[in-house]
Design a protein around this ligand. Structure first.
Ligand SMILES: NC(=O)c1ccc[n+]([C@@H]2O[C@H](COP(=O)([O-])OP(=O)(O)OC[C@H]3O[C@@H](n4cnc5c(N)ncnc54)[C@H](OP(=O)(O)O)[C@@H]3O)[C@@H](O)[C@H]2O)c1
Length: 335
């Protein structure tokens, strides 16, 4: 009899405990529920929507019910026009060259005058360009142009729109790259711009935490075939830009080889942008967005996750093991 009572008590205690756990879990999930599971009443601004990730994200967020302000470099161009055709009337195309103060201020006025009830929830700083070439093949203007768009363009846009996002306790999203932390041949100017961008986003995250604004960094690997980012150039395009000294050091055969290598590595990348778009969506809509989204193949993930923790001497040594690095060393100064 005693034993039966004891078992009954245990079952009762376990049931009460399970019910309590259920209620606590419900309370936690309620508190973690994103305020924007559907986007109705909220707006998002995305830069660089003429093509690529920005274009695709704009369509996705439009379908989710957000008012999308799609910043386009060329509002009359084919990309912006196709976006307009494929979206609802909630999507508005804005002329937005992120290097222009005037465009950014004009875009801000347009956003403020057309804000839905719940305000500006997120800014996705996506606009960007890419180029490749050794530092000694580049001019100061090559660096300036890259940094003007990829870094200062994001800073200019962020400063203008932060008060609106702060008011909504929303999200700031920055599209960086693995080249923000992965140092390799030919990506000097791009790396400078993306590393600077991450420093900006990291500092902003610390400052915005007390306002309830969350800041996320998207780090795509090789998605060159999934967007319009790659602008191919010929060996002659590079060669003609070099001065006599650089021609002597990096002979034409090496530049030919470097160009072939670049084209080949681009072909090995992802063919679709789905992984990047779902990370961007998560950063914009999830209750607990990540601070960083590393978007590389499962095979590369381990390597890229470890890189930032290795001593510089080790990462430099690993990179110098690549066959391209060895060929380059042999070919420099050769006739
Ligand atoms: N694709 C990849 O493999 C990859 C990898 C890592 C990071 N990313 C980053 O992802 C972001 C989006 O690039 P994407 O791959 O989607 O390439 P994309 O198709 O070329 O898209 C970039 C967009 O930015 C626009 N843009 C260029 N200069 C601008 C300016 N001054 N102001 C406003 N918009 C400007 C481009 O307009 P136009 O089309 O008129 O030039 C284009 O619509 C970039 O920040 C890029 O660095 C891409």
């Amino acid at each position: 009899m005693h034993a039966i009572c004891f078992v009954g008590q245990i079952i009762g205690i376990i049931s009460i405990f399970a019910a309590l756990l259920f209620v606590i879990a419900k309370l936690i999930s309620f508190h973690c529920r994103s305020p924007v599971e559907d986007g109705y009443g909220y707006a998002v601004l995305i830069t660089g929507c003429d093509s690529g990730f920005g274009h695709q994200l704009a369509l996705c967020l439009d379908q989710k019910g957000f008012v999308v302000f799609a910043g386009c470099l060329s509002p009359e161009g084919a990309g912006a026009q196709s976006l307009m055709r494929r979206s609802s009337s909630n999507l508005k195309i804005l002329k937005l060259d992120v290097t222009s103060d005037e465009d950014v201020q004009q875009a801000k006025r347009m956003v403020q005058n057309n804000l839905p009830a719940k305000g500006l929830w997120a800014v996705v700083n996506n606009a960007g360009i890419s180029d490749w070439g050794e530092i000694e093949w580049s001019t100061f203007n090559d660096f300036r142009n890259m940094v003007d768009i990829n870094l200062f363009g994001c800073i200019r846009t962020s400063i203008a729109f932060l008060p609106l996002v702060r008011a909504a306790k929303g999200r700031m999203v920055y599209v960086s790259s693995i080249f923000a932390f992965f140092n390799c041949l030919n990506m000097g100017a791009y790396s400078v711009s993306k590393r600077g961008l991450e420093a900006f986003a990291d500092c902003l995250r610390v400052e915005m935490a007390s306002f309830g604004v969350k800041v996320s960094i998207i780090q795509p690997g090789n998605f060159g075939q999934a967007t319009s980012i790659l602008k191919m150039k010929s060996t002659s395009d590079i060669w003609e830009k070099l001065d006599d000294e650089s021609k002597r050091v990096f002979n034409r055969q090496y530049i030919e080889l470097a160009n072939e290598y670049f084209i080949m590595s681009c072909k090995s990348g992802f063919k679709g942008a789905e992984m990047v778009i779902s990370a961007m969506l998560h950063a914009v809509t999830a209750a607990q967005p990540k601070t960083r989204y590393l978007l590389v193949s499962a095979m590369d993930r381990f390597f890229f996750q470890l890189i930032p923790f290795f001593p510089t001497a080790v990462t430099d040594a690993v990179l110098s093991l690549s066959s391209m690095y060895a060929k380059r060393k042999e070919m420099l100064y050769s006739k």
